[in-house]
Design a protein around this ligand. Structure first.
Ligand code: ATP
Ligand code: MG
Length: 266
């Protein structure tokens, strides 16, 4: 609604200006054309970097979430320094990227934001000259000048609104990627296992292309506590996540009481 109103009001006013006096109507188009040209330059220089900009923002957000979620572990292992450095690096990257991006866009953005609202810039001197020389009636000039002030702000709002489309494109495509992700397989079988021993049998799993668990087999007896010990990144948390079926496994089987949990094997 906002986009439509802000596009139609300026169009209507410009048409009225042409009806009142075609020369003033024509004059009112000059700042619009110049402003649009500046906007075109801004889009040309900045839009190809738009996706990189959003990716950099997403990376920063992910790192912040990871940092906050992992705070406990970070504190336990006294890794504040490392973790904070990573957090700092990614924020600094985002800052540098944003500043570089704005440096390219801002001159054009400032140009169009200054030129577009100034419809009276040419109309005032030229219209006054026409009025004084008798080529234009004073009442018409005043009316057209008053109308001209309503064009710029609406037009700017409409353009700002149009600037949201690339953002929407990016967000929709990210959302579609998420929606296209195959759902986790769910088993229909009721639990018929015997006891609650947990066993991993030759489990293979990778997050993307890289395999993280290369055929892990172990049994955890019901009612006992099992400690997983290994280097950071060796796959301990991954193993726990697979047990609660956070992801589908790529090979092998995970069983509770001898029954496969839903996953690749079902
Ligand atoms: N969501 C994820 N996407 C892609 N790779 C991941 C993801 N989670 C973990 N990994 C990778 O999988 C490997 C195993 O990670 P995991 O978190 O299971 O290790 P870990 O043994 O729990 O480490 P830590 O002791 O630091 O907690 C690591 O190389 C890690 O970078
Ligand atoms: Mg872990």
């Amino acid at each position: 609604m906002e986009g439509i109103a802000n596009i139609f009001i300026p169009i209507l006013i410009i048409v009225l200006m042409f009806v009142m006096d075609w020369r003033l109507g024509l004059l009112s188009l000059v700042p619009l054309v110049l402003g649009m040209a500046a906007m075109g330059m801004m889009m040309k220089s900045g839009f190809e970097k738009m996706n990189d900009y959003y990716e950099s923002a997403a990376k920063m957000n992910n790192t912040i979430i990871e940092y906050v979620n992992g705070m406990e572990v970070v504190k336990v292992f006294n890794k504040d320094g490392d973790s904070y450095r990573r957090f700092g690096d990614v924020v600094r990257d985002y800052r540098d990227f944003t500043i570089a991006w704005y440096k390219v866009c801002w001159p054009w953005m400032a140009a169009y934001a200054s030129i577009l609202p100034c419809l009276a810039l040419l109309m005032l001197p030229v219209g006054s000259y026409m009025g004084l020389s008798g080529a234009l009636a004073l009442d018409k000039l005043i009316l057209v000048l008053c109308m001209s002030f309503a064009v710029g702000p609406s037009f700017l709002k409409a353009l700002n609104f149009a600037g949201k489309f690339p953002q929407l494109d990016y967000k929709i495509s990210e959302f579609e990627k998420l929606m296209d992700h195959p759902p986790l397989k769910e088993g229909q079988n009721r639990f018929t296992g015997e006891g609650f021993d947990v066993s991993f049998e030759d489990v293979r799993f990778g997050y993307e292309d890289e395999e993280v668990l290369h055929g892990v087999s172990l049994t955890m007896k019901q009612g006992t506590t099992t400690a997983l010990v290994g280097e950071s990144g060796s796959g301990k948390s991954t193993l726990a996540k697979l047990l609660i079926h956070y992801y589908d496994i790529d090979g092998g089987a995970i069983k509770i009481g001898g029954q496969d949990i839903p996953g690749r094997m079902c």
